[in-house]
Design a protein around this ligand. Structure first.
Ligand code: HEM
Length: 170
C-alpha cells in the first residue's frame, strides 16, 4: 500500500463518517423540531422555529449529505469495492435519500402553511429514517458475504475507465 493511499483512505473515511453523522442526526432531529410547531404560536415563536428548521435542513443536513455521498463514492474507487453488500447498502442509501426529501417537504410545508400543525407523527418519520440507517450500519460494519445474490458479472469488476487521478493498486 503506498503512503498516499494510507493517508487518503482514512481521510475520506473520516470525512464520510463525519458527514453521515450530521446527515443522519439532522434527519432524526428535524421531525421532532417540526412537531413543535403550534398554529397558535406567536409570530416570534414561529419565526424562531422556521429559522431553526430552515438553517438545520439547508445549512447543515443537506450539505452534510452531499459530503457523505461524495466521500463514499470516492471510497468505492479507492477501495475497489465492487461487492454485493455495498450494492445492498446503496439501496438503503436511496431509501435514506427519499427520507431526506420527505423531511425537506415537511420543512417547506411548515414554512408555507403556518396555520397548520407541524407533523402529527414525528415518530413514524423517525422510524422510517432509522430503519435504513440501521440497515446501512449493519451492512457496512458486518460486510456480510451476499455472494449468492444473482448479479450481472459487470457489477463485480471495474469497467476500465480512468479516474481524474491515478489510484494506486493495493
Ligand atoms: C451514496 C452513499 C454512500 C456511499 C457511496 C458509501 C460508500 C462507502 C464505502 C465505499 C465505504 C468504505 C468501506 C470499507 O472501507 O470497507 C464506506 C464506509 C462506511 N460507510 Fe458509507 N457510503 C454511503 C453512505 C453511507 C451512509 C448513509 C452511512 C450510514 C448511515 C454509511 C456508513 C458508513 C460507515 C459506518 C463506514 C465505515 C465502515 C468501516 O470502515 O468498516 N455510509 N461507505
Amino acid at each position: 500500500m503506498s503512503d498516499w493511499f494510507a493517508i487518503v483512505v482514512p481521510l475520506f473515511k473520516g470525512v464520510h463518517i463525519a458527514g453521515l453523522m450530521l446527515w443522519c442526526g439532522g434527519l432524526l432531529a428535524l421531525p421532532l423540531m417540526l412537531s413543535r410547531h403550534d398554529p397558535a404560536a406567536t409570530r416570534d415563536e414561529y419565526r424562531r422555529l422556521r429559522r431553526a428548521t430552515h438553517v438545520t435542513y439547508a445549512g447543515i443536513v443537506t450539505p452534510a449529505a452531499v459530503v457523505a455521498v461524495v466521500a463514499g463514492t470516492w471510497l468505492i474507487f479507492f477501495r475497489e469495492l465492487y461487492v454485493p453488500w455495498l450494492y445492498a447498502k446503496l439501496h438503503f442509501v436511496a431509501a435514506l435519500v427519499a427520507g431526506h426529501a420527505w423531511v425537506g417537504h415537511m420543512v417547506v410545508r411548515v414554512a408555507e402553511a403556518p396555520d397548520r400543525p407541524g407533523t402529527s407523527m414525528p415518530y413514524l418519520t423517525i422510524a422510517a429514517i432509522a430503519v435504513p440507517v440501521l440497515a446501512i450500519l449493519i451492512l457496512v460494519l458486518g460486510k456480510p458475504d451476499l455472494g449468492g445474490m444473482p448479479l450481472p458479472a459487470w457489477l463485480h469488476e471495474p469497467r476500465g475507465g480512468q479516474l481524474l487521478l491515478d489510484v494506486p493498486r493495493r
